[in-house]
Design a protein around this ligand. Structure first.
Ligand code: GLC
Length: 414
C-alpha cells in the first residue's frame, strides 16, 4: 500500500472508529516499569547515566503483587474514566508482556507474569476500553541508538520494533488504542517505516486508534502537560502527569488537586478534547494514596455532573472568559461550570442567545432567571456552592439557538 492510499483509507474510517473515544473524554494513563523501583522518574536511566549492566538487574528484583491492574481499573471506573493506557514498553526497553523476541520481559524475569495480559483482562472486567503505550525509542536494544547511522542496525531494529508491535496487536484480542511515544533517533516516518508498521497494526486491529507519535498524524494529537486544543479541528487528547512525574516518584509532591483535575476536564471538554491523566503506581503496583484522595471525589463529581462532560460536545472556545466559571457546550445547551460561587444570584453578561430554561445539576431543578438584553441573572441560588466535592457547581442553560457570548472590554453606556 502506498502512503497516500494508507492515509486515505484511515481517514475514511476515522469517524466511525473515533466515535467511542470522542464521547469518552477521560482516561487513565499508567506508567509502570522497572524504573518504578528506583522511584526517581521514568527517565532515571538516562538522566543518571545508569549503564545497561547496572540497570538490567532491576528486571529480576521486580516483584509486583497479584493483578494490581484490577485495582487500577476499579479506581479508573470509580473516577469516571472510560479507558486506560498502560506503558507496555517504556524507553528503558523492558517489555511487560510475553515477548518471543527478547528475554528482557516480565514473563522471563522478576514478575514471572504477562502484565499486559493482566491489564487487558482487568480493563475488560471493568468495562473499560484499553490501550497500550509503546516507546519507539529504546535505551536497551543494541541497535536502539545505532540505527540512525548504520543501515544494518536500522533494519534489525525495525524488524524488532515491528515484531513487538505485532505481538501486542495479536496476543490480547481487541486492542482499542496504540499509543506510540518518542521516535528518536530516526528522523522521518519513512526511516521508521511508519506507514508499513501502522498498516500492519490496522490489518490486525481494524478498529484501533493510533496517536500521532510515530511521525504520522494518524487519529489524534497528544499535547503533553498542557490541556490545549489541536489546530484545525483535529482530535486531541491532553496527557497530564498527576504530580510532575510519569513514573512513581514519591518525592514529587505537587499533586493536582481535585479541583485542578476537574478544571483540566473542563478545558478538554470545552475544546472537544480528552484528558488522559497519569498515575505512576509503586513498584508493587499499588496506587499512591494521593491519587485516590483526589480521584475518588472526581468520580463522585462526575456522577453528579457527567452530563456536562461525556458525549459529543461542541467547541466552547468562542464563549467569553468569566471570573466565576467556564463553559462546555452541546448543541443548544451550555453548561456553566461555576468554580467561584457568587452567592444567591449568578449574573452572566453578554449572552446573545435566548435562554429557555436554567437548571442546576444534578437533578436539573429549574432555576428562576431574568434575561435582560445583555445580562442573565439567575436567582434563588444557595449562598454557598452546592457542590460538596470540589466547589464546582454546574448550571445548565438551554438556549433557543446555539449559545453565543460577546463581551467587549468597555462598559455599557446607558
Ligand atoms: C514524554 C516522556 C515520557 C512519557 C511521555 C508521556 O515523551 O519522554 O517519559 O512517557 O512523555 O506522554
Amino acid at each position: 500500500m502506498n502512503d497516500q492510499a494508507y492515509l486515505d483509507a484511515t481517514a475514511k474510517t476515522r469517524d466511525a472508529r473515533m466515535q467511542w473515544w470522542r464521547e469518552a473524554r477521560f482516561g487513565m494513563f499508567i506508567h509502570w516499569g522497572l524504573y518504578s523501583q528506583l522511584a526517581r522518574h521514568e527517565w532515571v536511566m538516562n538522566r543518571e547515566r545508569i549503564p545497561i549492566a547496572e540497570y538490567e538487574p532491576l528486571a529480576d528484583t521486580w516483584h509486583p503483587i497479584e493483578r494490581p491492574a484490577r485495582e487500577w481499573a476499579r479506581l479508573a471506573k470509580a473516577s469516571g474514566m472510560r479507558y486506560m493506557v498502560l506503558t507496555s514498553k517504556h524507553h528503558e526497553g523492558f517489555c511487560l508482556w510475553d515477548s518471543k523476541l527478547t528475554d528482557y520481559n516480565s514473563v522471563k524475569r522478576g514478575p514471572g507474569r504477562d502484565l499486559v495480559r493482566e491489564f487487558a483482562e482487568a480493563c475488560r472486567e471493568f468495562g473499560l476500553r484499553w490501550g497500550l503505550y509503546y516507546s519507539l525509542m529504546d535505551w536497551h536494544h543494541p541497535d536502539g541508538a545505532n540505527c540512525a547511522n548504520d543501515e544494518a542496525a536500522r533494519r534489525r531494529f525495525l524488524d524488532y520494533t515491528q515484531g513487538l508491535v505485532r505481538e501486542l496487536c495479536t496476543n490480547y484480542g481487541k486492542l482499542d488504542i496504540l499509543w506510540y511515544d518518542v521516535s528518536w533517533p530516526l528522523k522521518s516516518p519513512a526511516l521508521w517505516e511508519s506507514v508499513k508498521m501502522n498498516a500492519m497494526v490496522r490489518e490486525l486491529q481494524p478498529d484501533i486508534l493510533i496517536n500521532n507519535r510515530s511521525q504520522l498524524d494518524e487519529d489524534f494529537g497528544t499535547p503533553e502537560e498542557e490541556v490545549r486544543a489541536a489546530e484545525g479541528g483535529r482530535d486531541w487528547e491532553a496527557c497530564m502527569t498527576f504530580n510532575g512525574s510519569w513514573g512513581y516518584m514519591p518525592s514529587a509532591i505537587d499533586w493536582h488537586s481535585t479541583r485542578s483535575v476537574i478544571s483540566m476536564l473542563r478545558t478538554a471538554a470545552g475544546g472537544k478534547g480528552n484528558l488522559l491523566l497519569n498515575i505512576g503506581p509503586a513498584p508493587d503496583g499499588s496506587v499512591p494514596a494521593e491519587a485516590y484522595e483526589r480521584l475518588e471525589p472526581v468520580g463522585k463529581w462526575l456522577k453528579d455532573n457527567g452530563e456536562a462532560v461525556y458525549g459529543e460536545v461542541d467547541d466552547a472556545r468562542h464563549m467569553e472568559w468569566m471570573p466565576t466559571g467556564q463553559w462546555t457546550i452541546k448543541g443548544n445547551t451550555a453548561y456553566y461550570w461555576c468554580n467561584r460561587w457568587a452567592g444567591s444570584t449568578l449574573t452572566i453578561g453578554g449572552l446573545k442567545s435566548k435562554v429557555l430554561r436554567a437548571s442546576l445539576l444534578p437533578g436539573g431543578e429549574a432555576l428562576c432567571f431574568d434575561q435582560q438584553e445583555n445580562r442573565l441573572m439567575i436567582g434563588g441560588l444557595p449562598e454557598i456552592s452546592p457542590d460538596p466535592y470540589a466547589g464546582v457547581a454546574v448550571i445548565k442553560l438551554d438556549f433557543e439557538t446555539p449559545p453565543e457570548q460577546k463581551l467587549g472590554a468597555g462598559c455599557v453606556v446607558l
